[in-house]
Unconditional design. Structure first.
Length: 385
């Protein structure tokens, strides 16, 4: 299990510190915390190195409780999109997990649109499945579909869904289970930002491209901000040169040009933080077309996608990705869904993340990182009747 780090500055004695489809906007000098780094706290750089070393290490074995599979269940899967790598991996892994436990499934593509996704959810409800699994669809995206499922008595689980518009929301009002914890995605954004610190000798100047409309992406923003705050509290020299929002739906259309324009307008950056790998590739395409992917700058992002890992292995512009095992996430979700359908309480499931750079990218399984364990064998054993 990946152990979420405590604040780095706790060891140094320092004090602690809208979900809607957002349009593109840029802010120069946002979240700047730089003070030149002349008085940086002794030991901070070592704390960063130690944290990254732990995050790059293989994960421990997976231990599961017995959970005999119920027979003959039919599951509907509704994904925010099937065009983005992470969502597609999750969808395929859910299909495989459902088959492994002995059930059947049907997958619906939300095509990156909340309206379409809600329609697909309502279609799924009309087929009367035993349960529904959503992928990255927050309650604000599919409200009437969720209500239809509730009215029909169909339990709904979700991979990476939260209601960030109301932090006090009881997710039990919407979902029978949400996997993984929101903090997992926060840590992905956190480590991607942290990696830039030693790469720039303690002087990262970030450009940030992000879509805050989906909660799992907004959580990565929170992780980025957490690193910036820690660096500032340690009197480090970390800053954001410019910040720009985008929409996932525009990743393959306007994002490449927007990413290049941000770099062209803000030449003082040295690290480009993009919230997820697929978007990072699109930004990189724009940078290359504009001859802006120079050796004096680099990119950091997260998800652990194969194309990004290929660039990392070749010592290219992308230097790190923080991978999550979408496959293990899917099997964990199905494991708890089996409990839900059996009238039992859910349990906390392991969904690991790991930092991959050139030093360990060969262990990332070409973009299908499994969490360093044979998760499928572990779950098959747990599901034996």
């Amino acid at each position: 299990m990946f152990i979420r780090p405590t604040r780095l500055l706790a060891a140094l004695g320092a004090g602690a510190i809208a979900v809607a489809m957002a349009g593109c906007s840029a802010t120069a000098g946002a979240s700047t915390t730089s003070n030149g780094g002349a008085d940086v706290d002794a030991g901070y750089a070592q704390q960063v190195d130690d944290a990254l070393a732990t995050a790059k290490a293989p994960q421990p074995d997976l231990e599961l409780a017995s959970n005999p599979a119920l027979p003959g269940k039919d599951i509907a899967i509704v994904s925010v999109t099937l065009a983005e790598t992470g969502a597609l991996r999750t969808s395929k892994a859910l299909t495989a997990a459902i088959e492994d436990i002995g059930w059947t499934s049907t997958t619906y593509d939300g095509q990156g649109s909340p309206t379409t996704a809600n329609q697909k959810l309502e279609q799924a409800v009309a087929t009367s499945p035993d349960a529904i699994v959503l992928i990255s669809l927050d309650p604000t995206d599919v409200g009437s579909g969720l209500q239809a499922a509730k009215d029909a008595g169909i339990p709904v689980s979700c991979a990476a869904c939260w209601d960030l518009s109301d932090p006090g929301t009881n997710l039990g009002d919407y979902y029978a289970d949400v996997t993984p914890a929101l903090s997992v995605f926060e840590d992905m954004g956190y480590y991607a930002a942290m990696y830039a610190y030693p790469q720039t000798d303690g002087h990262p100047r970030f450009l940030r491209m992000h879509d805050p409309a989906l909660s799992n992406l907004s959580a990565r923003d929170t992780g980025f901000d957490r690193f910036l705050q820690e660096c500032g509290d340690a009197k480090g020299d970390c800053s954001v040169v410019a910040d720009k929002k985008f929409q996932v739906a525009n990743a393959t259309t306007t994002l490449p040009a927007d990413g290049a324009s941000l770099a062209q307008a803000n030449p003082g950056f040295n690290a480009y933080w993009v919230s997820f790998d697929f978007a990072g590739l699109q930004v990189l395409n724009g940078l290359r077309q504009a001859s802006l992917a120079g050796s004096d700058t680099f990119m950091v992002s997260s998800n652990g996608d194969g194309p990004n890992l290929d660039i990392i292995k070749a010592d290219g512009y992308v230097k790190v990705t923080v991978a999550i095992s979408f496959e293990q996430e899917a099997y964990a979700l199905v494991d708890n869904l089996n409990r839900i359908l059996d009238g039992k309480d859910t349990v906390e499931e392991t969904v690991p993340i790991r930092v991959f750079d050139k030093s360990n990218a060969d262990e990332a399984q070409d973009g299908n990182w499994s969490g360093d364990v044979d998760y499928r064998a572990a779950y098959l054993e747990a599901w034996q009747r």
